[in-house]
Every structure is written in C-alpha cells, then in structure tokens.
Design a protein around this ligand. Structure first.
Ligand SMILES: [Zn+2]
Length: 75
C-alpha cells in the first residue's frame, strides 16, 4: 500500500478485555491494555504497554512466532 506512514504510531480501536481475557493474556514483561483492531484487520490482537530502554513506555502488539514485544520507535 502506498502512502502509508510507516513510522505512524499504532492507530485503531482498543476493546476492553473481560476478566478471563486479562488472565489469559497477561504477561510478566508488559501491561495488557486490551484488544486492538485496525481498519483492514479481520481480527484483533492483544495490545500491551511496555518499557523500551531508549523510548520509555511504548505500546504495541506481539509479533512473530515468539510473540515478541518490539518498540515501534526502535524499528
Ligand atoms: Zn524504543
């Protein structure tokens, strides 16, 4: 897709999770914020706030097979 601003911080809708969903998606290294959906997405992804050693607190969804949380500003 052309014209997409790649450095743009994640935009979308955040759905508040239910209590069981919070338990399921919580992780030690990040705060679970809810489920993110963006235009063009068919589903939703868990969305987290975590700390980047360079940028401080940032937000993103897990990526890759190992569900790594990567700072959106470091890439
Ligand atoms: Zn960073």
């Amino acid at each position: 897709m052309s014209g997409v601003e790649e450095k743009e911080v994640i935009k979308g809708m955040l759905r508040e999770p239910s209590a069981p969903e919070i338990l399921k998606h919580r992780r030690r290294d990040a705060e679970f914020l809810g489920f993110l959906t963006r235009p063009g997405w068919r589903g939703e992804l868990p969305y987290y706030r975590f700390k980047c050693t360079i940028h401080g607190y940032v937000e993103n969804y897990p990526q890759g097979y190992d569900e790594a949380l990567l700072c959106p500003h470091c890439d």
